[in-house]
Design a protein around this ligand. Structure first.
Ligand code: NAD
Length: 412
């Protein structure tokens, strides 16, 4: 899967490079990652045995600013997946025009089988392995799948043991530890702002739209809650425990409370019709939000997708074959490098606050986020009209074009 993720990001890049008429040597320069670090992390498990885990940090590009990107804990993590995700970050920060480049990290592990103490030891060991290449002006990690504000707090603390107080070394921190108000909800909120922009462009309203969300973690649960508050009807949600549907509407606040209280932090036992997790993607709805793993929408299930809009909360949820099917069917796909960029945008605000040691009200965070999502949509929508192309190709044209301009101006 991971190699496929890397090939997919290159496929989308090549489509944009063609429209931008980039020479082959330039394309190769832009696609090639700057640095790939692999670290062995040995920790003592709670039962006294030794756990050996492999972690990665891939820094793809920093022409437009310090490397920036999340840290994922999942057993599928490998060098190819992290490289694919780092590459997407480069185009994403450029699409929303925040002054960062792209990076990603990950540790191959099953965090749901580990205790908090083990996760803390693993995180600190990983920082020991990468601290020399991160920093508030070099590379700034953030949360991704199965990492959260607590993990960011451990990174902040462990890094500080080497380099002193430097809150801007990592974003997505707890608000009590130099984090930003609004960061926790930012990726889901950004997905909603992106959806509102497309609906407006199509002359439609959010009220009454039937929404299905795959993955009810940070991104999915916030997107669901905010859409529900705006009058959309959430008719299906899913997580690692399976799919849950209710055509009359699911209360996302109740679902989030269920997850928070459940032993394994899943939807298991939630009061709604239970269906197979994969079947949620093809269930009846207007808007589908994949917000879990990559590679979920494939040539096998794309033809059966009934939504008319797909909002990519997850990174890389659509394979190129599925993407072509959606283009043929006239399904609007709001691509990951724009749709889920609310997270990195508010990470940028957090970093700005950390650098200035001056903290914003939540309203300001949300208002600035809304402005950036609106402006970025206008840019990519205009490009899609100019080149008569889908929104993903337009987003890659925008992102890759900006990175190329900066690279060119820097020179070799
Ligand atoms: P999370 O760990 O908070 O939640 C992940 C959710 O996905 C959980 O509900 C989990 O049960 C579910 N899940 C895992 N495997 C699944 C499967 N096979 N089928 C259905 N559900 C499954 O993660 P998150 O931070 O919400 O990230 C979700 C996606 O959004 C990832 O692709 C991530 O890269 C992307 N993303 C996250 C952020 C962020 O700020 N957190 C920013 C940009 C993009």
């Amino acid at each position: 899967m991971s190699q496929e993720a890397l090939e997919a990001t290159r496929y989308y890049f090549d489509k944009a490079a063609k429209l931008l008429e980039l020479p082959e040597d330039v394309s190769l320069q832009l696609k090639t990652p700057h640095r790939e670090l692999r670290v062995e992390c040995n920790i003592e498990r709670d039962d006294g045995s030794i756990g050996t885990y492999i972690g990665f940090r891939v820094q793809h590009d920093n022409a437009r600013g310090p490397f920036k990107g999340g840290l994922r804990y999942h057993h599928h993590v490998d060098a190819a997946e992290v490289t694919a995700l780092a590459t997407l970050m480069t185009w994403k920060t450029a699409v929303v025009n925040v002054p960062f480049g792209g990076a990603k990290g990950g540790i191959a592990c099953k965090p749901w089988e580990m205790s908090q103490a083990e996760l803390q030891r693993l995180t600190r060991k990983f920082v020991d392995g990468i601290y020399e290449i991160i920093g508030n002006k070099t590379d700034i990690p953030a949360p991704d799948m199965y990492t959260n504000a607590q993990v960011m707090a451990w990174i902040f603390d462990q890094y500080g043991k080497y380099r002193g107080y430097e809150p801007g070394v990592v974003t997505g921190k707890p608000v009590e530890m130099a984090g930003s108000l609004g960061r926790n909800a930012a990726t889901g909120r950004g997905c909603v702002y992106a959806t509102l922009e497309l609906l407006e462009a199509l002359g439609e309203k959010v009220e009454g739209q039937r929404v299905i969300i795959q993955g009810f973690g940070n991104v999915g649960s916030w997107a669901g809650k905010i859409l529900q508050d705006l009058g959309a009807k959430i008719v299906g949600i899913s997580d690692i425990s399976g799919g849950y549907i209710n055509p009359a509407g699911i209360d996302c606040d109740a679902a989030a409370a269920h997850v928070a209280q459940s032993e394994k932090h899943t939807l298991e036992g939630f009061a709604a019709e239970r269906i197979d997790g994969a079947a949620i993607l093809t269930a009846d709805c207007d808007i589908l939000i994949p917000a879990a793993l990559g590679g979920q929408l494939t040539k096998e299930n794309a033809g059966d997708v009934r939504a008319k809009i797909i909002v990519e909360g997850a990174n890389g949820p659509t394979t190129p074959e599925a993407d072509e099917i959606f283009i043929d069917k006239g399904i609007h796909v709001i691509p990951d490098i724009y749709a889920n960029a609310g997270g990195v945008t508010v990470s940028y605000f957090e970093w700005v606050q950390n650098m200035q040691h001056f903290y914003w009200e939540e309203d300001r965070v949300n208002t600035e986020l809304h402005k950036i999502m609106k402006k970025s949509f206008t840019h990519l929508y205009d490009i899609s009209k100019k080149h008569d192309c889908d929104l993903r190709t337009a987003a890659f044209v925008l992102g890759v074009g900006r990175v190329w301009e900066a690279t060119h101006m820097r020179g070799l």
